[in-house]
Write a protein that binds this ligand. Sequence first.
Ligand code: PLP
Length: 354
Amino acid sequence: VFNFSPGPATLPEAVLRQAAEEMLDWHGCGMSVMEMSHRGKEFMGIYAEAEGLLRELMGVPSNYKVLFMQGGAIGENAIVPMNLIGRNGKADYAITGDWSKKSHKEATRYGQAQVAVQGDNVSIPKQSAWKLDPAASYVHICSNETIGGVQYHWTPDTGRVPLVADMSSDILSRPIDVSKYGLIYAGAQKNIGPSGLTIVVVRDDMLGHALPITPSAFNYQVQGENDSMYNTPPTYAIYIVGLVLKHFKANGGIAAVEAHNARKAKILYDFLDASSFFRNPVAKEDRSLMNVPFKLKDETLDEAFLKGAAAGGMIQLKGHRSVGGMRASIYNAMSIEGVQALVKYMQDFERQHA
Ligand code: PLP
């Protein structure tokens, strides 16, 4: 099938095949990766390779720690302020959709979480409209709003205040300049692996301000000093992420991933813009290359649309319950063929029902 799930999402088939082959006996050691001690030499090798690939493909400078944590991005909504808001007691949040709204709400429990800007859910407000506090501990953004389908195609300039980004739904989907961020976090389960693993990339000078209530397992400094092994990390998820990153590297790296993603998104948006039957509500310059929400002109046809799509092998297209309609998530591992098949199905459906 072509799986358009918003996450956990489709993964490269070659990676799944390799994982299946290695499932019972990893490289002749007689164990599955699931059965290895996280401190044993086999897993330490897997871990070092995954971290090295992530650093290489993302271009992570040496003054940043890469942490492999748990708790997901919703966990990070609390973990970020617990670790960072203590510097000045306040932080700015740019609200551009449901996920950044949730991040802001959770942060209010740990300090003064201010709204720098409130968007309209279908566009990213220009920076001239933002109200930034120069004394904030950090500015938080969500680089890609998975539900609304709006994505930053520029990096906010926050001056001396560190920029913090939830990149759960676009991490490693395009090259970024990590040095512009104080901290980046992301769940792995959309673009680079299975659920259970949260990636945190944090600049060294951000550490050391954790609130006393911060659990040790969620203290970035503690995790950094222990190579993410203060507690047992999600070992199998780290292994799969390593395989996925190796696969991206062998296929041209993140520049090639970006080109592939741009091509897929163009096919779908070009079709939507030409159609009078389907509609995407997002401002063109802010459209997500990852999540493409769309509505049918007549929503009484939604069920028939989903049923027909599933019969054609195109699954998990139902939009988020808060917005309705459809959503095609076309992360890194979605193929051009998948998007072409979807567009073909939409053309046929439009012809039958328009
Ligand atoms: N932030 C964004 C942008 C997301 O897309 C999601 C998941 O869909 C989350 C946060 C929540 O992630 P998790 O459920 O892994 O905590």
